[in-house]
Ligand binder design. Structure first.
Ligand code: HEC
Ligand code: HEC
Length: 328
């Protein structure tokens, strides 16, 4: 009885399952990927995108890949407060790397929502000076100097290598990084997929008002007002202040157990503290230790099944491949 009511309550609160049906899942991913009609998820594009995601030669130094800061073994993050890129440079705004898992389902990308989808997003870090510090020319020339990459682009896109296709391929790989969990089974009607403590936590999550911002398939991923009810204690760490209207992307809560430290500047290490701070900053309520523990028990049920990603081997550089520039 309780479980049936709770499923209804969760659905009414706007929580959405990652579908277990593969066709429904494919449709959901494609609907969230505006480039999926022109660039469908084919095996060849997936393999190429995966290789590029892991290949550090896309960076000026030759040592930084997407996986450096979005480590697929670490919940899709780097586990440090502010991401560190080229020449050991911390992110200039001191922002934390969000997870790439399920990022395809975010309505907007980046903490201030400045990119709409993954393909638009990927150009940013490759060329950002404090991240991979490359230029589109450097990336294209490096890849063109490697015959196996020339052949792979031809096979995946029937095209020569260009920078847009580099970011497109990486975005196609990222589409596949979705992590269904027991919570999804529960929402789909499997009453025993969550245990009693997790169900209590879910109820608490809804009753406290968390789902008013953390909703949809990602329990987040949309721009929301920040500091609605109170100040963020660590607001002065870094200079990030949200978008022009002070709005901040509510992070997905999927796999949040794996993605400490928390908040845009990674200033909070404990998930329980992160939940309690949400109470005072966003809801104007005090969440006590027991309530926070209950919500965290629910949040831990959002840790999903990670897709199997086989670490790729990279084709050899040639005499024509530009040398790493470490800028010591
Ligand atoms: C030096 C560390 C670093 C590297 C390398 C890096 N990123 Fe990021 N990534 C970040 C940070 C920090 C943010 C948040 C930036 C912001 O919001 O201003 C981010 C944001 C993102 C987001 C948005 C997710 C969200 O929820 O908003 C995606 C997707 C992403 N990166 C994918 C990539 C891909 C693909 C690559 C490789 C081409 C890459 N990143 C390379 C640090 C990095
Ligand atoms: C008014 C909208 C809103 C409400 C209500 C809200 N949140 Fe948030 N939440 C956000 C935003 C926006 C952020 C990002 C804040 C930042 O980092 O600047 C966030 C961040 C978080 C984080 C940190 C995640 C990470 O990866 O860094 C957690 C955990 C969290 N919220 C859980 C909750 C819980 C639990 C509740 C209910 C007690 C709740 N939130 C209520 C909007 C909201």
């Amino acid at each position: 009885m309780f479980a049936n009511d709770l499923i209804k309550e969760a659905l009414d609160a706007g929580l959405v399952a990652i579908p277990s049906d593969p066709h429904a899942l494919t449709k959901m991913i494609n609907d969230a990927s505006p480039d999926s009609k022109a660039f469908p998820t084919t095996m060849a594009a997936y393999e190429l995108g995966k290789r590029l995601y892991f290949d550090p030669r896309l960076s000026k130094s030759g040592i930084i890949s997407c996986n450096t800061c979005h480590n697929l073994g670490l919940g899709g993050t780097d586990g440090v407060p502010a991401s560190t890129g080229h020449k050991w440079t911390p992110n200039p705004h001191h922002v934390n790397a969000p997870t790439v898992y399920n990022s395809v389902f975010n309505a907007v990308q980046f903490w201030d929502g400045r990119a709409e989808h993954l393909m638009a997003q990927a150009a940013g870090p490759i060329t950002a000076a404090p991240e991979m510090a490359a230029t589109p020319e450097l990336v294209v020339n490096r890849l063109k100097s490697i015959p196996a990459y020339v052949a792979e682009f031809k096979k995946a896109f029937n095209s020569e290598i260009n920078f847009d296709l580099v970011t497109t391929a990486i975005g196609i790989f990222e589409r596949t990084l979705v992590t269904p969990s027991r919570f999804d089974k529960f929402l789909e009607g499997d009453k025993n997929a969550l245990n009693e403590a997790e169900k209590k936590g879910l109820k608490m999550f809804i009753d406290k008002g968390c789902a008013s911002c953390h909703n949809g398939v990602n329990l987040g991923g949309t721009l929301q007002p920040f500091e609605v009810a109170g100040k963020y204690e660590f607001a002065n760490v870094g200079d990030f202040k949200g978008d022009a209207n002070g709005m901040v992307k509510a992070p997905t809560l999927r796999n949040v157990e794996l993605t400490a430290p928390y908040y845009h500047n990674g200033a909070i290490w404990s998930l329980s503290d992160a939940v309690k701070a949400m109470g005072s900053i966003q809801l104007g309520i005090e969440i006590n230790d027991a309530e926070a523990a209950s919500i965290v028990t629910f949040l831990n049920s959002l840790t999903g099944t990670m897709p199997k990603v086989e670490y790729p081997m990279f084709p050899a550089s040639t005499d024509k491949t530009s040398k790493p520039e470490l800028d010591y």
